[in-house]
Design a protein around this ligand. Structure first.
Ligand SMILES: *Cc1c(COP(=O)(O)O)cnc(C)c1O
Length: 284
């Protein structure tokens, strides 16, 4: 794999650079590609199965499904029960993952928590479990590779940005690039929660800057202002995801003024489903 390219875009009168990790692959792209890097480099015959669990719209799920397909590994994915309507969709991350060969296993709501906790007890040596969101120490290597690519680009830029769910990406990026400032913002919970998640992995370095969202947003809920930023970015020449990127761009536009290299975190494959929800709400 060659280094992902860097694009320059103009947004609200400011220039930004974008590290195009979205272009790595249609399904296995963005930070999920970086986080799965160690597994991608694992010889196919060392494993036979990957197990993971979580939401049925997840970008991580789709990335793992694409990886397993290319590796010839089985992929068992556990979720809470899914509605027939969602199962019948012929778009979105779930649809694509099933097409890539994912075994979807539904666990009753009341049993779910205990079941997930028990998975690791029964697995053999050639089965690997990826925890929800892929917040694993293994992600470190893949983000060091990204850090190296950023250094090689030799841009006269001292600030990077990428949005956070678990914060794994932003944290390991900041640790790998101490000479850069790394901006992030919480897209799933609040700042407090993000800090806790990150601190469980590593002490927070000084060059990591968590921007506080001006307004509280619920994850994966449609907001007109998010659609607005999405459209502006699309006009500027790059499609971003609708769940994480809008919050990050909003924070950057309001709370920074220097030149920034934005690390595209992928997730564009989920937009089709999300745009349909915007339409249903009458926002589009
Ligand atoms: C998973 C994901 C994130 C969050 O990554 P973390 O490492 O969990 O912080 C951000 N953007 C997109 C598009 C994602 O799919």
């Amino acid at each position: 794999m060659n280094n992902s390219p860097i694009s320059k875009i103009s947004l609200e009168g400011r220039d930004f650079y974008v590290k195009r990790d979205d272009l790595i692959d249609p399904f296995l792209a963005g930070n999920k590609y970086r986080k799965l890097y160690t597994l991608l480099k694992t010889p196919s015959n060392k494993l036979h199965k990957i197990i993971s669990y979580g939401g049925t719209q997840s970008n991580a799920m789709l990335a793992i499904a694409a990886m397993c397909k290319s590796k010839g590994w089985e992929f068992d994915y556990y979720t809470k029960p899914l509605s027939q309507t969602q199962k019948s969709f012929s778009h979105g991350n779930y649809f694509h993952s099933i097409n890539l060969g994912m075994n979807h296993i539904e666990i009753a709501e009341v049993l779910y928590k205990d079941f997930i906790a028990s998975i690791s007890i029964t697995v053999d040596a050639t089965t690997f479990i990826i925890d929800q969101g892929g917040a694993v120490e293994e992600a470190k290597k893949g983000l060091e590779v990204l850090a190296q690519e950023i250094r090689e680009a030799n841009l006269e830029i001292k600030s990077l940005a990428t949005p956070s769910g678990t914060g794994t990406t932003a944290l390991f990026l900041a640790l790998s690039l101490p000479e850069f400032k790394v901006y992030t913002t919480p897209c799933v919970g609040n700042t407090e929660y993000l800090r806790e998640q990150m601190q469980a992995l590593h002490e927070l370095p000084d060059n990591l800057v968590i921007l506080e969202p001006l307004k509280k947003h619920h994850f994966a809920k449609p907001y007109p202002e998010f659609l607005d930023i999405y459209k502006k970015l699309l006009e500027a020449g790059v499609e971003f995801d609708l769940l994480y990127a809008p919050g990050m761009w909003e924070a950057l536009l309001n709370q920074t003024n220097e030149e920034i290299l934005y690390i595209h975190s992928g997730g564009v494959s989920g937009n089709e489903s999300m745009l349909k929800r915007y339409e249903q709400k009458g926002f589009y």
